[in-house]
Ligand binder design. Structure first.
Ligand code: NDP
Length: 490
């Protein structure tokens, strides 16, 4: 079957990379289905995009913020009209179930709406000066050219929650999506093109992180970097960005834990844990990968967990009945199956699953079934490292203090949750758990776009994303003093 070749978007035009080299991507549910051909861009392409973004900066920065908002509102309605197409694009290139992809489109719409609303706020503040006849206030200015570097697991929502606030603040952008999910990125940029975003304000360059991404990070014309991805790559980007005093935000890996106390609503907890661990095939940064269970409820919990996990339907994400779809790529498949092997070697007990699936449609994609390990020592590698697949590790704790100790024993600190009906336990937890997002009686997942999103420790550095914090990251605050005394000061 013929497939389309997609270009980069630079200075308002769809153009091939300078070398003309391309690569293809395939559907993780059907490895033989090629979805399209994309530019394998080079340093030169990235440099050109930066130069074009720099050229467009003055015009966009001087466009009044409410007029910038008008473009975002138009983008919102175009995205809404293309919502089904976008959701299918996410599922076919990333693999997640269609319902999850539809949720992702809605989330992207929400953030665009929220950011557009900020166009009529963009507040500074006034404050009394210590001097007479003096006014003191602050205003906001854009950073300048900003690099947007995104992972494959949310090919629409993560670009949206960076691009929309960056645009409303008046920045111009070079967007480098993950190499394995460029199709949704192309469609998203088309939305802004159709919305009438001026040329050069948003540029898209596809291709390897090691060349395109790295060039953006090293460019002296780039003043800010908004990165989401692995802790390993994010740490390098943060260090490199600091060398040239760029403003950098990195949202990175997680190893999110749920604590289940004996007094909790067990049915609700099991529902949230199964959804958190196996939804989107465990490939969310906020996925639940550990459960720490108070001793008294452990056996009953395990029975219910295994029973409910056994009812999950595994298959192609385009099938509306499917709960768990394939992993996103061969490399994800290799990583996850390696960790499952490692768990057994480390001495953990495989309580459920543990297999790459075979036969029928499973032979066509990267299918690994939901997997549960018990008898896990908190210091095993499967307990400490981000697996990023449908693998759940279960621990026993004698009380809340021990459960929190296990929860905090990892280098990550993104999201966490406790199930309990006891207010005292819940608030002790809120104030001691080492994560940037804390849930009581709800899964470790997700977040609302008007609230800050991000992690502590090795999960996040720099300003939080979304909410008003996003405006803080994507703008500089300028302090203004006005002496209106009319005579020289004594
Ligand atoms: P990676 O770190 O591998 O890649 C992220 C992005 O960085 C990709 O666009 C990649 O390009 C690019 N990149 C790679 N190397 C460089 C480099 N040297 N310089 C600049 N850019 C580079 O992450 P994944 O895409 O594998 O995403 C999964 C990770 O993302 C998980 O760890 C997950 O937890 C995390 N994540 C965190 C979230 C959060 O908010 N905390 C949310 C979602 C995911 P290329 O694809 O070409 O390699």
């Amino acid at each position: 079957m013929a497939f389309k070749t997609h270009n980069n978007f630079i200075a308002g035009r769809w153009v091939p990379s300078m070398t003309g080299t391309t690569y293809t991507i395939t559907n993780p549910a059907r490895k033989n289905e090629v979805l399209g051909e994309f530019q394998s861009s080079t340093q030169e392409d990235a440099q050109r995009a930066v130069a074009m973004a720099a050229d467009a900066l003055k015009g966009w920065a001087e466009t009044p913020a409410p007029s910038r908002a008008a473009v975002l509102f138009r983008a919102l309605s175009i995205l809404e009209s293309r919502a089904d197409e976008m959701a299918r694009s996410i599922t076919t290139e990333e693999g997640k179930p269609l319902l999850d992809s539809q949720g992702e489109v809605k989330r992207a719409m929400n953030i665009i709406e929220y950011a557009a609303g900020e166009g009529r706020r963009m507040f500074g503040y006034t404050t009394p000066s210590e001097m007479p006849s003096t006014m003191a206030y602050t205003i906001r200015r854009p950073l300048g050219v900003v690099a947007i570097i995104t992972p494959w697991n949310f090919p629409l929502a993560i670009p949206a929650w960076k691009i929309a606030p960056a645009l409303i603040c008046g920045n111009t952008l070079v967007f480098k999506p993950a190499s394995s999910t460029p199709a949704t990125a192309v469609k998203f940029v088309e939305v802004f093109e159709e919305a009438g975003l001026p040329s050069g304000v948003l540029n898209l360059v596809t291709g390897p992180g090691s060349s395109v991404g790295n060039t953006l990070v090293e460019s002296s014309e780039v003043k800010g970097i908004s990165f989401t991805g692995s802790t390993e790559i994010g740490t390098g980007i943060y260090a490199e960005g600091a060398r040239s005093l760029k403003k950098v935000q990195c949202e990175m890996g997680g190893k999110n834990a749920v604590i289940l106390m004996a007094d909790a609503d067990l049915d609700k907890a099991v529902h949230g844990i199964v959804q958190g661990a196996f939804g989107s095939t465990g490939q969310r940064c906020t996925a639940t990968s550990r459960v720490i269970v108070e001793e008294g409820v452990y056996d009953e919990f395990m029975d219910q967990l295994i029973d409910r996990t056994g009812k999950l339907k595994i298959g192609d994400g385009l099938d509306p009945e499917v709960d768990v779809s394939p992993l996103a790529s061969q490399s994800q498949f290799d990583i996850v199956t390696d960790y499952i092997g490692m768990g057994t070697e480390e001495g953990a007990r495989l309580a459920y699953g543990g297999n790459a699936l075979a036969g029928g449609i499973y032979d066509q994609g990267y299918y690994v079934g939901p997997t549960i390990f018990t008898d896990v020592d908190p210091y095993m590698r499967i307990a400490q490292e981000e697996i990023f697949g449908p693998v759940l590790t279960v621990f026993k704790a004698k009380d809340l203090a021990e459960a929190i100790e296990i929860s905090n024993s990892v280098k990550f600190g993104l999201s966490s949750s406790i199930y309990t009906r006891d207010l005292t336990q819940a608030f002790q937890y809120v104030h001691t758990v080492e994560t940037g997002m804390v849930h009581i009686n709800s899964p470790t997942l997700g977040g609302e776009v008007h609230l800050p999103f991000g992690g502590l420790k090795s999960s996040g550095v720099g300003h939080r994303e979304q909410g008003v914090e996003a405006m803080e990251f994507f703008s500089e605050v300028i302090t203004v003093y006005v002496d209106y005394a009319g005579t020289p000061r004594q």
